[in-house]
Ligand binder design. Structure first.
Ligand code: SAM
Ligand code: SF4
Length: 327
């Protein structure tokens, strides 16, 4: 079992499979994109399978596949097939922009991979295009509805962006009225490849909740697992639910059970910290399994207590982009 230096059990791995993406969300990377790394700097699928094995042997029992856009990787299903056959993994989930998932929906269902987070920051097509820089709204919307109809556990991630999409906060909630989905509102974080820097945000979770309360004063809180980053609510009469994720306010650090590994092998113990170590060359060297285990134990034993503490320590952390950190 992995226990950090603040006595938090780490059992949840967010594993990025690529830094590449087919969208250009302006809160995530600059419009010209970032310099994607060369292919040989990314873990191969075989290496990702071996890495998962090692971490599962250390107590990880939940893996979220993320990126970049995971489905940009043509061999992603090889990894998902492998993971779905592993004893000891109780939860496999995927975070995606839902542009490329269409052809894989049937197989994901057959593999029993049910938890899919779809990033959708607008319900209005032109707003979507302005934010993502691409004409993909219809594809995303169709795939989203297909995922819901096929019975996946779908959670929609919507980042409240001042001056861009806050007029869609209430309209996007209509999805939760009609479908059994969870619409989660995230606070924006300054991880956008250095193109924007801010120390405060206009739309924190309290303002988002206040905005929703003006129209739905009867919403009530739901029980959430202690390690959940979202605070969840139900509106009477709605099929689905909604939640807020204080990713900038960082109210949830005390129960954080997460570890991130980027597509290039960086071990990131907190979003607001720099990588503690890199595993790629170790994976390609001798005695990889034992050395990786040691590196993971060392990284987990040196975590900042909170995202604020990490931010103090690592000054230029905001030059990172979420597409390379692995969201
Ligand atoms: N491409 C996939 C997607 O968009 O869902 C997976 C990777 S993306 C980096 C993972 C998550 O990070 C998405 O939900 C995205 O909205 C979120 N994200 C990216 N940049 C962010 C930022 N600056 N602040 C808050 N969340 C961010
Ligand atoms: Fe791509 Fe996801 Fe970043 Fe948007 S948020 S640019 S879809 S990695």
């Amino acid at each position: 079992m992995l226990i950090d230096n603040h006595n938090r059990t780490i059992n949840y791995l967010r594993l990025a499979v690529t830094d590449r993406c087919n969208l250009r969300c302006n809160y995530c990377m600059p419009s010209e994109g970032i310099d994607f790394v060369k292919n040989d700097k990314l873990f191969t699928i075989d290496e990702l399978c071996r890495l998962s094995d090692i971490l599962i042997s250390q107590g990880i029992d939940k893996i979220r596949i993320t990126g970049g856009e995971p489905f940009v990787r043509k061999d992603l299903m090889v990894l998902l097939r492998y993971l779905s056959g592993l004893e000891g993994l109780r939860d496999i989930s995927v975070t995606t922009n839902a542009t490329l998932i269409g052809p894989y929906i049937d197989e994901l269902k057959a593999l029993g991979i049910k938890n899919i987070n779809v990033s959708l920051d607008a319900i209005d097509k032109s707003t979507f295009e302005r934010i993502t820089g691409r004409d993909q709204y219809d594809v995303v919307h169709n795939n989203l509805i297909r995922l819901i109809s096929e019975g996946f556990n779908v959670r929609i991630n919507f980042i409240a962006l001042e001056g861009q999409n806050t007029q869609d906060i209430l309209p996007v909630l209509e999805l939760a009225r009609h479908y059994d989905v969870s619409v989660r509102y995230l606070e924006e974080m300054p991880f956008n490849g250095g193109s924007k820097f801010f120390r405060s945000i206009a739309w924190d979770y309290k303002r988002i909740l206040g905005h929703i309360r003006e129209v739905y004063p009867d919403y009530y809180p739901l029980e959430s697992p202690a390690t959940s980053t979202s605070i969840n609510y139900k509106i009477p009469g709605f099929k689905g639910t909604f939640g807020v994720i204080p990713s900038f306010s960082r109210t949830f650090c005390g129960s954080c059970n997460r570890l991130r590994i980027s597509a290039t092998g960086d071990v990131i113990t907190c979003l607001y910290a720099k990588a503690s170590t890199n595993l790629r060359d170790i994976m390609r060297g001798t005695n990889a399994k034992e050395k990786i285990k040691e590196e993971i134990v060392r990284a987990v034993g040196n975590r900042s207590k909170t995202g604020f503490e990490a931010q103090e320590k690592y000054e230029n952390v905001f030059s990172n982009s979420m597409t390379s950190i692995g969201g």
